[in-house]
Design a protein around this ligand. Structure first.
Ligand code: C2O
Ligand code: CU
Length: 486
């Protein structure tokens, strides 16, 4: 009986190693997860909350010794977490010390185009740019990163990125003790060439750099000690190109409470959530006292046909982060059944068609800084139909607004992770997504916002377009409007 058990066990292990799971080695989680510090701020005489950010060069230990050359904000790699409350005025003084031109964009933020940090708001080497705006949107997990046209992939890959958390007094009680039970998780894949970041991305030239090592908040092989019954994880895919499908190795279910632009109406119990570059998910996890569980990314779920992907072979698996719960956990309140109320966006009266064509064009055209592609009249509800006719994987991100996904290739979004307020959506080959959105205010005929693929190589190569938001009386002031939309 013992011998039989050994044979059975051996066969089971053999099967487990070769058939079920590919060659991924067991990760030893030996570094404590770094938590990006909260950015300090001061409130000036006018009541404006002021942050100071410095984009700079440095070296950082990303798992290949201390000499890896990196870029960071107020540090060597990544940047501090900004936090502000709905209704507040903020100003961010951004000083560019990286030695070349860059920009800093507030991804997911509703704000005037001139403050957006897109490719037109360049910061010369050594200069300081000081955008200011009023936080005018619900609680959300946003982020910031450079957006210099042609160099975004490089600048982000080297380490310029961070989180921007928005609070809202109307939010029900949720874990929000930053770094204790409210944890930012900036997930990135990297490729190394000896002890330096490998930037050539040759391996997967059509999507840009894909790494074979995962960093969370810049920490390789990270673990997180959990001391509370529930912990809120704010997942951000800040990778250049990789799509993740997160779950726990123990099969642990979790509550999805928020997507890109804020909280859902109600929490949803899930076992996995997929994020393409730029997307966020907020989840609340209960790790049993004394237990351990590994946040893992597995290949996307191929059962739902809109997830069909030829992306990166489809069989990559990454162990991302180990959660280690203490033997006794501080009690925390249950996740409320009601989280947020969505505004009614109304019926669309304008439809726009944007085809993702090739690896570097939208509607067959490459980004032109001098061309306005679309003119949006403020206060109009619009349906944007995005078709991926390229045979390559893409996603789609729009600045300034949060949209609602109406359907994906004719089906209502099958995955709850696609519910709620979104600014970025995965658009696999052959898919058509329809997005409902509304641009309310901040009209300016002279400064465009961007829409683009958030696979950064594609964006840099020209898969980006520009739109302006204008008042009805400002339409004829728009310069450089393309023939197609005129
Ligand atoms: Cu996260 Cu236009 O960018
Ligand atoms: Cu793309």
């Amino acid at each position: 009986a013992v011998a039989l058990a050994v044979v059975v066990a051996t066969v089971a292990i053999y099967t487990w190693n070769t058939a079920e799971i590919d060659t991924t080695e067991q990760v030893v989680f030996d570094r404590r997860l770094h938590i990006p510090p909260l950015a300090t701020s001061t409130v000036d005489e006018s009541g404006t909350r002021v942050f100071d950010l410095r984009m700079q060069r440095g070296t950082h230990d990303l798992g290949h010794g201390p000499d890896t050359r990196t870029w960071g904000v107020n540090g060597d790699y990544l940047g501090p977490t900004l936090r502000a409350t709905r209704g507040e005025q903020v100003r961010v003084n951004v000083t560019n010390n990286v030695g070349e031109r860059s920009t800093l964009h507030w991804h997911g933020m509703h704000l005037p185009a001139a403050m957006d940090g897109g490719p037109h708001q360049t910061i010369e080497s050594g200069a300081t740019w000081s955008p200011h705006w009023t936080i005018d949107q619900p609680a959300a997990t946003l982020w910031y990163h450079p957006h210099l046209h042609g160099s975004t992939a490089e600048h982000v890959y080297r380490g310029l990125a961070g989180m921007f958390l928005l609070d809202d007094p109307a939010t029900p009680a949720l874990p929000d003790d930053y770094g204790i039970d409210d944890i930012p998780l900036i997930v990135q894949d990297k490729k190394f060439d000896d002890d330096q970041l490998d930037e050539d991305g040759e391996m997967f030239a059509d999507v840009g750099t894909l790494g074979d090592e995962i960093l969370v908040n810049g920490t390789p092989r990270p673990f997180l000690d959990v001391h509370t019954e529930r912990v809120r994880l704010r997942l951000l895919n800040a990778s250049n190109a990789r799509v993740y499908n997160f779950s726990f190795d123990t099969g642990l279910a979790f509550a999805l409470i928020g997507t890109d632009g804020g909280l859902l109406e109600r929490p949803m119990t899930l076992r996995s959530v997929q994020l393409s570059p730029g997307e966020r998910a907020e989840i609340v996890v209960e790790v049993p006292a004394g237990g351990r569980t590994v946040l893992r990314s597995t290949p996307p779920d191929l059962r739902a046909d809109f997830w069909q992907t030829r992306f990166s072979g489809g069989d990559d698996r990454f162990d991302v982060l180990e959660l280690r719960a203490a033997p006794t956990l501080a009690s925390t309140a249950q996740v409320p059944g009601q989280l947020a109320a969505f505004e009614d966006l109304g019926e669309a009266t304008v439809t726009r068609h944007l085809d993702l064509t090739g690896a570097s064009t939208i509607n067959g055209r490459s980004m032109d800084m001098a061309r306005v592609d679309e003119v949006v009249v403020a206060g109009t509800t619009e349906l944007w139909q995005i078709r991926n006719v390229s045979g390559l994987i893409h996603n789609f991100h729009v600045h300034d607004a949060q949209f609602r996904i109406v359907d994906i290739t004719g089906m209502p979004p099958g995955h709850p992770g696609l519910a709620g307020r979104k600014d970025t959506v995965y658009v696999p080959p052959g898919a058509t997504v329809q997005l409902l959105m509304r641009f309310e205010d901040h009209t300016d005929p002279s400064v465009p916002y961007m829409y683009h693929c958030h696979l950064l190589r594609h964006e840099d190569d020209g898969m980006m377009g520009q739109f302006v938001v204008v008042g009805p009386e400002e339409i004829d002031q728009v310069a450089g409007t393309s023939d197609r939309s005129a």
